[in-house]
Design a protein around this ligand. Structure first.
Ligand code: FAD
Ligand code: UDP
Length: 405
């Protein structure tokens, strides 16, 4: 068996029960569930030339397995998500570690007891650690916002150090904003950790797909009732019908090949794209990736190095740490964050969460709410900052809901 790729022109929608836009985890998990458990004929419309969304990986010219849309490490506390994906991949055990390059010295991120010893020296670090433990408890995670709110001068000193040397410049590069200007949930992803644990994540289940993400997706979509049209943009093939001509009029139907499609439509792309940006584009951050290959076995001590006080790029990932690939050479990737200005040429990677943008998003969302067979799902369609595992869980829930109907 293999994935059933079909040119869009050949798809007969009278023989399709559900349409899915996008083949990342949101779209692919729902597709698999509807086909396998519901016996539904599912067609996926994907604008890229491959499946797998942002998880897509491939072998580069140097023979190294690289991620095409940013480094993806699977971590979760959901046994359901981990076990579900285990049906389509074996898991390689991998615990991600990140070091900040701080003026040429490596310090663990999240900033922890080990980082404190490096920057403050063992004696002073001991005193500061003691105070942190007394204030917050041992093995606790504290957000930078929480730490900066402390009045004790020594805790203030730690907070200011971490703020200036871990968060400020990295956040300015990543978002074009200061840490105070981004939603607190964003910086809270990377706390100060009162611990000796150098891992980036402490989730119960962590790993990388043994043969890579693309292989996982090819297995998931390999089902006789699933078909996929690549290189097909939803907005170019979907006809939108509205309740009236008013700008805010709600959708009344979506047509495919000129006929209203009555089955479920699960949409996982950006909502503003579907409506051709009629209320203005939703704000996102985009990224540029620069790959470099070296004729040496490994370049860096860990999977990712964050540049928190220097360089124009935010971080470098060395894929062989993640994948466990053995080779005499290595490929690294630098990430440059950019304003998202041109949907034709750029990819929207990060929703910029704030009240104004959320309201902007809700305006688009309202257009879809009265269409009973339309389901926005995922990082783009919900304008949220979701990790992969959250998407897998939400996709399983949506599939359950659709199967119960
Ligand atoms: P996507 O993977 O973006 O899939 C959406 C799909 O829809 C894409 O294939 C796209 O081409 C397609 N599409 C979009 N618009 C249209 C359209 N108009 N017509 C047709 N098709 C369309 N999460 C983790 O858990 N761990 C990590 O280490 C991690 N690292 C990340 C690193 C970066 C740089 C980024 C940006 C994200 C990272 N994430 C990570 C988050 C992860 O990428 C998302 O959780 C995941 O991609 C969500 O899946 P999705 O299906 O919602 O979206
Ligand atoms: N962050 C930072 N310095 C770091 C790591 C993270 O300032 O060394 C901040 C930054 O604002 C970033 C956010 O914390 O956008 C979340 O980081 P994470 O590593 O979770 O981002 P992602 O992997 O999703 O890009």
């Amino acid at each position: 068996m293999a994935v059933n790729f079909v040119p869009y022109a050949d798809v007969d929608f009278s023989r399709i029960d559900a349409v899915i836009v996008g083949s990342g985890f949101a779209g692919s998990v729902v597709a698999r569930e509807l086909a396998e458990r519901g016996g539904m004929r599912v067609h996926i419309i994907e604008k890229r030339s491959h499946v797998g969304g942002n998880m897509y990986d491939c072998v580069d010219d140097a023979g190294i397995l690289v991620h095409a849309y940013g480094p993806h490490i699977f971590h979760t506390n959901s046994q359901q998500a981990y076990d579900y994906l285990a049906r389509f991949t074996n898991w390689r055990t991998y615990q991600h570690e990140v070091l900040a390059n701080w003026h040429g010295t490596y310090i663990p991120v999240p900033f922890n007891k080990n980082s404190m010893e490096i920057v403050f020296g063992p004696e002073k670090a001991l005193r500061l650690i003691d105070k942190l433990v007394q204030t917050f408890g041992d093995e606790r995670k504290v957000t930078i916002t929480e730490l900066r709110a402390q009045e004790d001068p020594e805790l203030q000193e730690v907070a200011e150090f971490v703020y200036r040397n871990v968060f400020l410049y990295y956040t300015q590069k990543q978002w074009g904003l200061t840490p105070e200007e981004v939603d607190p949930s964003v910086t809270a992803r990377v706390p100060v950790f009162i611990s000796r644990d150098n891992r980036y994540f402490q989730d119960a289940y962590q790993g990388m797909p043994g043969e890579g993400y693309t292989a996982l997706f090819m297995n998931m979509l390999d089902h006789p009732l699933i078909s996929v049209s690549l290189n097909t943009e939803a907005e170019s093939v979907m006809g939108l019908e509205f309740e009236s001509d008013a700008e805010d009029a709600a959708l009344s139907a979506i047509t495919l090949k000129d006929l209203p499609f009555e089955g479920p439509i699960v949409y996982t792309g950006p909502l503003d794209e579907l409506f051709l940006g009629r209320f203005g584009r939703l704000p996102y951050r985009s990224l540029d990736f620069v790959y470099e290959t070296y004729d040496e076995e490994m370049k860096f001590p860990v999977g990712t190095v964050n540049y928190t006080v220097s360089e124009d790029y935010t971080r470098i990932t060395e894929f062989k740490h993640l994948t466990g690939q053995v080779a005499p050479n290595t490929t690294i990737m630098k990430e440059y964050s950019r304003a998202y200005e041109n949907p034709r040429e750029q990819i929207p990677y990060y929703a910029i969460i704030n009240p104004e943008n959320n309201a902007h998003y809700q305006r688009y969302r309202a257009l879809t709410e009265s269409l009973p067979n339309f389901y926005p799902l995922g990082r783009l369609a919900e304008y949220r900052y979701y990790n992969m595992d959250a998407i897998v869980v939400l996709a399983l829930q949506l599939a359950e809901q659709l199967l119960a109907r």
